[in-house]
Unconditional design. Structure first.
Ligand code: VGL
Ligand code: ZN
Length: 198
């Protein structure tokens, strides 16, 4: 059984959003296309409390995109984004939410960030996504969404670690590229770890 994982296709990562990914809205028609052929669809949703430790504003004197130590993990500081219950955290409105079997929220604890849809960056808590998928007989996952160099990458690599066969639908992903080669390097790393790039 194959599952499609839609990663963080949320308003704040789309043009006009608080942490807009360049050309991010290009993933929407591509994701809609993939959804038409998927048996099982799940989605991850970045869902932060206002006092989240990944927000630069919560660290006086620190700037956006700076890296700090957050409870012993390196943390890139971001603009305030995907605050729980706000329009920025909502899914792109053209996605057919009725087709999504389960939504896994992440980044919900203020003290730790979570790029992967499977568990947080310190691997301290699981979202339950791997067990949920296995419980439905899923052996293969296709990953798409935002952003290639953060949440898509960590979700795809964790899927490998969880024992799934993983395909990256690269045409249905866009990245942040804080450094110009970040997306390219993320794709290389995924390929080296066994992700099929298609
Ligand atoms: C993401 C940065 C911060 C992502 C989420 O969805 O890739 N990136 N939070
Ligand atoms: Zn976030």
């Amino acid at each position: 059984m194959n599952a499609l994982i839609l990663v963080d296709i949320q308003n704040d990562f789309l043009p006009g959003g608080a942490l807009a990914v360049p050309d991010g809205d290009a993933v929407i028609p591509a994701a809609i296309q993939l959804m038409q052929h998927a048996d099982i669809i799940v989605a991850t949703q970045d869902w932060h409390p206002p006092d989240h430790g990944s927000f630069a504003v919560n660290h006086p004197g620190c700037a956006v995109f700076e890296t700090i130590d957050l409870h012993d993990l390196p943390q890139t500081l971001w603009p305030v984004h995907c605050v729980e219950e706000t329009p920025g955290a909502a899914f792109a409105e053209t996605l057919d939410l009725a087709r999504i079997g389960k939504i896994f929220r992440k980044g919900t604890r203020p003290e730790i960030d979570s790029y992967s849809g499977f568990h947080d960056n310190g691997r301290r808590h699981s979202t339950g996504m791997a067990d949920w998928l296995r419980g439905r007989g899923v052996t293969h996952v296709t990953v798409c969404g935002l952003a290639t160099d953060y949440c898509v990458k960590f979700t795809a690599l964790d899927a490998i670690d969880e024992g799934f066969h993983v395909t990256l639908a690269v045409h249905a992903c866009r990245g942040v590229n804080l450094w110009p080669s970040d997306v390219e390097e993320a794709i290389d790393e995924m390929r080296q770890r066994g992700v099929i790039i298609s």
